[in-house]
Design a protein around this ligand. Structure first.
Ligand code: MET
Ligand SMILES: [Zn+2]
Length: 790
């Protein structure tokens, strides 16, 4: 197929859209608060898109030909596809207005209403995007959901940059859309859909609408469009390879074959980020090569490079994702260039350079980190550095190594300096993990532990507790901010936090809870708090990445061997315990969750890093015990999140993740009660692992699914303490006594009531003090009612 526009030699699959100083977050939130109008928000966003596109050109991407991705979103790219298609659930239908062709288009306020809820209409559900900590909104598709080319925002955004009216330089971008197959595989069947209906049944309608979008983009002059199809790299979306392959063939026959490139549509890049296109039960690369799309982007960080000729690839450009879009390390450019050179074996029509994923998952710029250790800074590449790396590799590939010799040398020097730097490999840490034996991960049998704990703790049936955090009030946040600015002394800060702890302990005693907590007032974040105190981690100042909507996080950077220079939590917990005769539960974040919410090192297997973190926590557990604490909770909310996208990799992951939890906790005395807590998910795939953690008590999110997890655990033979959440902490609504009574009764019927604990779904840090008090009071009253019937 003759191409008018060859694919650019260097590109990235997407770029952060929140702005270097979170300008978009601020603009969106001030629109939500009614302080600015939709027009003002639109003009801030336009300015941001222009700055971003021109900035990418200044970093070396071509200004024309579609090298710069058009990957902006006000909230979420999956929601954008919902808006593009007008595929709005009935409960929001009243908010749409007529768009092109008279289809229902969402004005900005309505777009945000779908994301955040409006009045009685709950928002779309939110869930994690592949194996990242980014959350997307789950489309609801039924047989009657409207699907058409309803909103031409993507076309307008292209035109605004290609033909700018601000007198600035034009940039011909490459619009980025979620691909039709992935869109439907990420959707759930709308409520009321007939038995057996699956969103993928609507593929032809979605593809028709996309055909309309592609025509409009071609008419506007877009040389390339990018359709993201990461559904091709996962086994976790409930469709087998053959079904996905069939959908891909149908979709791209219609989009790529039936529409004439250059006339009816732009040239098409299909991107398959986040994993191995060739790691499932079929070869996704051969599948895509067999379609008429002009280019395919593969993730060569997570995925494997083809070792021989791929049929059909000779007429396709292979966009080799050799720069990691999902982590922050500077690449070894010489090695990556060798990888690119090795790709000739695949027999692609052309090979160009890209990132493995969108750069959405990394911060903007290492140069923006004034407080980072300068050696560490030299080993890192955030989004801007990664763009430069891609450009360097493309130059090396097209002009030869000599053309970039100095940059290859610099990169090699950075890699060498990192490997040899103090703290990266700490012999004492390595010796300790090397000496571990299987017994280090084993506790005494549960029956013995349970007896010893019964005697020590003397708890009533259906013991009540909370998950750890109490409301993070404005007062607490203000104290921490003042302390960080140096305006509050260490002593005054400690006194302020102790005051909070005392109030929280008093509240729990007054309410009559059985196992108390200190309330976690001193924690900014359940991972960052630990990362700030452990050796081997660094934290950033401006390293924000989007978590969902306007919510951003600053993941710590785990760069070296991990150890614990001093106790992390003991003084706070011991202080709480000194105020009450009831048991106080110590609170730790587990190794898997600490890794999941940090940037992890790429020079050590994750399982080994997890062991190091686990041993640091094990020492903390010992120190808590030594200070008299008899209950310790190790939270693992991210256990499910790190589950590999390919089922073939599950066993190995579950093995090291479960082992790291056990290493953290197995040093505990038989009479010390070990709790764990999990939330955020369908636990189906990790039920066995939950059992494998061997915790004495496991609390899980369950209120919204009405205790669904309890029979699942019972069926799996789970025989230790279980606290299914009876109160949904994601909403300010106070659960009634009747409601909680019903849920507790349900749990006590599904499983031996002697195993049942009563607790909320998760921590209370985002809740207000008044609703927290009322909800917990109802929880205790309901528990007493059920206890009386036992
Ligand atoms: C996301 S799980 C949170 C657990 C933590 N202990 C808390 O209560 O906040
Ligand atoms: Zn939780």
């Amino acid at each position: 197929m003759a191409l008018t526009h060859p694919f650019p030699t260097a590109t990235v699959l997407g770029y952060p859209r929140i702005g270097r100083r979170r300008e978009l977050k601020r603009a969106v939130e001030s629109f939500w608060a009614g302080r600015t109008t939709a027009d003002e928000l639109e003009s801030t966003a336009l300015a941001l898109r222009r700055d971003t596109a021109r900035h990418l050109v200044s970093l070396g991407l071509d200004a024309d030909g579609g090298a710069v991705p058009g990957s902006f979103s006000y909230y979420d790219q999956v929601l954008d596809a919902v808006a593009l298609l007008g595929a709005v659930p009935d409960r929001f239908a009243g908010l749409t207005e007529a768009g092109p062709g008279g289809h229902g288009r969402l004005p900005l306020a309505a777009y945000f209403a779908v994301a955040r809820g409006a009045g009685d209409a709950p928002p779309l559900e939110m869930t994690k995007w592949f194996d990242t900590n980014y959350h997307y909104l789950v489309p609801e598709i039924g047989p009657g959901t409207p699907i058409a080319f309803a909103d031409d925002r993507v076309v307008r955004e292209f035109t605004e940059l290609a033909r700018p009216d601000d007198g600035g330089a034009p940039v011909v971008t490459r619009p980025v859309l979620v691909g039709p197959v992935t869109f439907l595989l990420l959707s759930k069947a709308a409520d009321g859909s007939p038995e057996g209906f699956r969103p993928l049944d609507r593929l032809d309608d979605v593809v028709d609408a996309y055909a309309g979008v592609l025509r409009a983009l071609a008419a506007a002059g877009a040389p390339w469009v990018q359709l993201d199809e990461p559904a091709l790299v996962t086994d976790l979306l409930g469709a087998g390879f053959d079904e996905v392959a069939d959908a891909v063939r149908r979709a791209y026959a219609r989009l790529a074959t039936d529409l004439a490139p250059g006339r009816d549509r732009p040239a098409i890049l299909v991107a398959a980020p986040y994993g191995d296109l060739r790691g499932g039960s079929g070869d996704g690369l051969a599948l895509l090569a067999g379609t008429d799309v002009e280019a395919v982007a593969v993730d060569l960080v997570r995925g494997s490079a083809p070792t021989g000729a791929v049929p059909g690839l000779d007429s396709t450009t292979l966009v080799a994702g050799v720069i990691d879009g999902h982590n922050v390390w500077r690449a070894d450019l010489g090695a990556r260039l060798a990888d690119l050179e090795g790709l000739t074996a695949a027999g692609a029509g052309a090979v160009t350079v890209g990132t493995s994923t969108s750069l959405l998952h990394v911060p903007h710029d290492v140069a923006d980190e004034p407080r980072l250790d300068s050696a560490l800074a030299g080993w890192l590449a955030f989004a801007d550095q990664k763009v430069a790396e891609v450009v360097t590799l493309a130059t090396g590939l097209t002009q030869g190594r000599e053309a970039v010799a100095d940059r290859l040398a610099e990169s090699a020097a950075a890699v060498r300096s990192r490997a040899a730097a103090p703290g990266v490999v700490v012999p004492a840490v390595r010796e300790r993990t090397a000496a571990l034996t299987p017994e280090d991960a084993e506790r005494a049998p549960y029956a013995r532990r349970a007896a010893a704990q019964r005697e020590r703790l003397d708890l009533p049936p259906l013991p009540t507790t909370t998950i750890g955090s109490f409301p993070q009030t404005a007062e607490i946040r203000a104290a921490r901010a003042a302390w960080a600015r140096g305006e509050l002394s260490d002593a005054d800060y400690t006194a302020a936090m102790r005051g909070q702890i005392a109030a929280t302990v008093a509240l729990q005693e007054e309410l009559g809870l059985d196992v108390l907590v200190h309330g976690e007032p001193e924690r900014n974040d359940m991972v960052q708090y630990f990362a700030e105190q452990l050796d081997g981690f660094a934290t950033t100042v401006n390293g924000w990445v989007q978590s969902y909507g306007s919510r951003c996080v600053r993941p710590p950077i785990l760069w070296g061997d991990v150890s614990r220079p001093a106790p992390l939590t003991v003084s706070w917990t011991a202080y709480a315990a000194s105020l009450t005769s009831k048991p106080v539960k110590g609170m730790l974040t587990g190794p898997v969750t600490i890794l999941a919410w940090s940037f992890v090192r790429d020079d050590l297997p994750l399982g080994e890093t997890a062991e190091q973190v686990a041993l640091a926590l094990r020492d903390e557990v010992a120190d808590l015990e030594a200070s008299g604490i008899g209950v310790v909770q190790v939270d693992e909310p991210a256990l499910r999140e790190l589950l590999p996208l390919r089922t073939a990799a599950h066993a190995e992951y579950l093995d090291w993740s479960v082992r790291s939890f056990r290493l953290a906790t197995a040093g505990a005395d038989v009479a010390t009660q070990v709790h764990t807590h999990l939330c955020y998910s369908e636990f189906g795939q990790v039920i066995g692992a939950i059992d494998g953690l061997d915790a004495d008590v496991t609390s899980v999110e369950a209120a919204r699914s009405r205790m669904e997890i309890v029979p699942q655990l019972a069926d799996a033979g789970f025989g230790r303490g279980i606290g299914p959440g009876v109160y949904d902490i994601h909403s300010p609504r106070v659960p009634s006594v009747e409601e909680v009574t019903e849920l507790v009764t349900l749990a006590a019927k599904a499983i031996d009531p002697r195993l049942v604990w009563v607790n909320p779904d998760c921590g209370l840090k985002t809740r207000g003090p008044a609703e927290t008090r009322e909800s917990l009071a109802n929880l205790v009253t309901a528990t007493r009612t059920v206890r009386a019937t036992l």
